[in-house]
Design a binder for this molecule. Sequence first.
Ligand SMILES: *[C@@H]1O[C@H](CO)[C@@H](O)[C@H](O)[C@H]1NC(C)=O
Ligand SMILES: *[C@@H]1O[C@H](CO)[C@@H](O)[C@H](O)[C@H]1NC(C)=O
Ligand SMILES: *[C@@H]1O[C@H](CO)[C@@H](O)[C@H](O)[C@H]1NC(C)=O
Ligand SMILES: *[C@@H]1O[C@H](CO)[C@@H](O)[C@H](O)[C@H]1NC(C)=O
Ligand SMILES: *[C@@H]1O[C@H](CO)[C@@H](O)[C@H](O)[C@H]1NC(C)=O
Ligand SMILES: *[C@@H]1O[C@H](CO)[C@@H](O)[C@H](O)[C@H]1NC(C)=O
Ligand SMILES: *[C@@H]1O[C@H](CO)[C@@H](O)[C@H](O)[C@H]1NC(C)=O
Ligand SMILES: *[C@@H]1O[C@H](CO)[C@@H](O)[C@H](O)[C@H]1NC(C)=O
Ligand SMILES: *[C@@H]1O[C@H](CO)[C@@H](O)[C@H](O)[C@H]1NC(C)=O
Ligand SMILES: *[C@@H]1O[C@H](CO)[C@@H](O)[C@H](O)[C@H]1NC(C)=O
Ligand SMILES: *[C@@H]1O[C@H](CO)[C@@H](O)[C@H](O)[C@H]1NC(C)=O
Ligand SMILES: *[C@@H]1O[C@H](CO)[C@@H](O)[C@H](O)[C@H]1NC(C)=O
Length: 714
Amino acid sequence: MDILFVALLSAVLVFKSVETKCDDQPVICWHTDSPFPLTPPVESCYGEGLCKCTNETADCSSSFGNLTFVPNLNRSYQYLNLSNNNLTNISHRHFFTNVSKDVRVIDLYNNGLTFIAEGVFEGLEKLESLLLGGSNLLGYKDIPSLLAVPSLRNLSMSCLKLGNVPEDTFRRVTHSHLRYLDLSWNCIGSLNMSVFKPLRKLKTISLWRNEIYELATAYMPSWETLDLPTNRLYDFPRTCAESNTSLFPNLKALSLDQNMIQGIDDPVCLPKVKVLSVSYNHFLYFRTNTLRTDRFPNLQILQIMQMENKIYGVSPFFINNSAVAKITFVLNNIDFSKDYAHPDMFGGCTGVTFLNLRGNTFQYVTDDKFHRLLKPMESSLNILSLSGTQLTHISSNMFSRLKHITELYLYENSLTSIPDGVLDNIGPMWKLILDDNMIETISETTFGVELRSRLKDVNLGGNPYHCSCEILWFQQWMRSNPTIFRDFHTRGYRCANVRNVTVPDFVLNPQACILGSDAASLTIAISCVLLFFLILFIVYFRFRWHARLCLYEVCRSRRRRTRTRRFKYDVFVSYAEEDVNWVLDELLPVLEGEWGLRLCIHQRDFLPGKQIVDNIADCVSDSERVVLVFSPHFARSQWCQFELKYCQSFVMERDDVMVLVALQETQSRDMTGAMLAVLRTTTYIEWDEQGEAKTSFWGRLRLALDEMDEPETA
Ligand SMILES: *[C@@H]1O[C@H](CO)[C@@H](O)[C@H](O)[C@H]1NC(C)=O
Ligand SMILES: *[C@@H]1O[C@H](CO)[C@@H](O)[C@H](O)[C@H]1NC(C)=O
Ligand SMILES: *[C@@H]1O[C@H](CO)[C@@H](O)[C@H](O)[C@H]1NC(C)=O
Ligand SMILES: *[C@@H]1O[C@H](CO)[C@@H](O)[C@H](O)[C@H]1NC(C)=O
Ligand SMILES: *[C@@H]1O[C@H](CO)[C@@H](O)[C@H](O)[C@H]1NC(C)=O
Ligand SMILES: *[C@@H]1O[C@H](CO)[C@@H](O)[C@H](O)[C@H]1NC(C)=O
Ligand SMILES: *[C@@H]1O[C@H](CO)[C@@H](O)[C@H](O)[C@H]1NC(C)=O
Ligand SMILES: *[C@@H]1O[C@H](CO)[C@@H](O)[C@H](O)[C@H]1NC(C)=O
Ligand SMILES: *[C@@H]1O[C@H](CO)[C@@H](O)[C@H](O)[C@H]1NC(C)=O
Ligand SMILES: *[C@@H]1O[C@H](CO)[C@@H](O)[C@H](O)[C@H]1NC(C)=O
Ligand SMILES: *[C@@H]1O[C@H](CO)[C@@H](O)[C@H](O)[C@H]1NC(C)=O
Ligand SMILES: *[C@@H]1O[C@H](CO)[C@@H](O)[C@H](O)[C@H]1NC(C)=O
């Protein structure tokens, strides 16, 4: 319903808007913003539905331009809005009798007014504000009678195509209490301020959107606000009288936006100006001391925005004013890395708390230059904006000198990341606006714990977030502090890599991220190590016999010794009867056939007729080495045990004579004490049929037997 209402209203505004012309340039008049707050009308206050009312306001501006008289309102209202109607002729003294005496504001904007009867407002004792704009048939001649209303404080006569103010307009006015006069949009070209002198209590004058190119200033001690935006002034207005006293000794705010002013020349006498705005002008250079303290001793808020031309130079100390607290130096396209932007331009600005440099270029500004630029205000600056300055990175040092920042604006840049902790100690910051950059992720270390607990207002939207495990921490932070995040749950925090998904809504199987990235690399490292050992094991298994052989060689080589005695046999083989086949089929062919050793085998070499005990004793003592073929049969054979014991005692004299061959695995419980004893001191060589293992067996055996041969040949 409300939306419909507003839509219809704007239709009316378009329909009823008045076109004025200044020098044949058409100007469309729109109702300027309300000078007082209006709550939206809700309650109907007139039977025919021509007005909508709230407690204090009767808004009859919505009646489609059909209202030709002032309706009878059933209650008293302070604000009466009759704009956009057809009240063309305020023809008689009783025109407003239907309006209560309580009315303070009457808006008659855009009614095609042609005539206002004398004394029509006399009954309205509380009338303070009258808005008569947009009715281009009124003229300056109608103003004096209005000023006769003793209660009138505000008068708006905007968009009436009034033209230059005639010299005698206010001449007859004697007791005006007018505080505010709006003459905007009136095609004034040349103005002599002297005409306003009779308005002795005037504080604010708006001359916005005229064509003023010629301005004669005059002594205006009551003026506090002078609005001259959107005119054609070439020069900064003269503010000093002949004697260098101020023409505007009480002026607090001066707006000269959108003129063609190129500089501020001496002398300037504006002792109380707090707010100065010279945006959209034609300053080519900002020269040293342009805004210095003796020109503007009370200047606090300075606005220099969007010059209409390229700026050729910003000199050192161009402001040089310690009173200035707020500087808005935006959209001037100044490349701060270039020499024409002097690093000391803000010299003397020791009291700045707010600095907005949006819409300039900081891309190539070095840390040194940045520090020098902000040096004067290092101990005062609270609010800094470097938004839209094409910043591509923040160095870890960039903000290191700032210690009092409460609000930082870096939106609309090309930052790809925020180095960990760079924003942690730049002051008691609670507001951080970083939207519309190229930041891909925010991690736990980007902002310190202490900073995070301080932040009350954060905008990190409009960045191309890479939604993966790394983003989950950020998501958690957002979820647990939804109130500090601007545009939380809007499309502002979108995932660049997942279509139509925002960071708060991004879902990822938590299992996938249980191991953080550190853990993941650890896993990879462990896997590599395991793989390495696995390969090593496989290789070892493949060549395990070679390896054993090598090991054996190494061990045995330490025990080599020389021997001198010559023997009848090289080897005495002690074996059980049951293992004879192995001895004859395997051992004998290799040792005697291939290696050319002489073996003593009791079947063949024991002399018949001789005592078996003697045979053994002779054979052992005539053999250089003894090979004991261990097997379960060996353990059970009496003769074998005898041979073993004999050898053992024999070995006491000749060390390192015995070579053990394990033909089959023999359980230790099956072994005799002698066998166990010899096993404890002597390494044995296992027999294995398999190819590799067999090769290794012969190799090791050869080595064991060679140990005594080698020194002879050496
Ligand atoms: C009167 O109503 C018009 C249109 O609704 C609005 O633009 C204007 O600001 C109002 N006037 C005042 C004094 O509030
Ligand atoms: C004024 O008239 C409207 C419509 O007839 C009615 O709703 C409202 O209550 C009246 N207000 C007073 C104060 O009588
Ligand atoms: C309107 O007036 C009524 C009664 O006087 C009061 O209770 C209510 O708060 C007022 N509403 C507004 C918006 O001032
Ligand atoms: C005036 O009111 C009539 C009906 O009362 C309506 O048809 C007409 O459209 C209104 N005029 C405008 C300009 O809307
Ligand atoms: C006062 O209102 C009534 C009805 O609303 C209307 O008929 C009358 O013409 C109005 N009086 C004036 C002087 O406009
Ligand atoms: C305004 O009212 C007059 C009669 O008082 C009428 O002739 C004229 O057409 C009306 N204008 C509009 C725009 O409704
Ligand atoms: C306005 O009304 C008065 C009285 O009815 C009349 O004398 C005067 O000519 C009218 N003015 C215009 C411009 O219509
Ligand atoms: C008069 O105008 C001044 C300046 O625009 C404004 O602050 C004030 O509220 C206005 N007073 C009334 C009663 O409209
Ligand atoms: C402005 O008007 C005053 C008084 O009428 C006059 O003395 C002065 O010379 C005028 N100034 C200019 C520049 O015309
Ligand atoms: C006014 O001040 C300017 C510079 O600020 C100076 O050049 C000029 O001589 C002064 N004039 C008088 C009358 O003191
Ligand atoms: C800055 O202004 C002070 C006086 O406020 C002055 O002494 C100083 O010379 C000025 N600096 C420059 C560089 O002009
Ligand atoms: C993304 O969301 C918008 C609005 O919800 C929808 O119109 C659009 O079709 C969606 N696109 C895809 C690819 O899902």
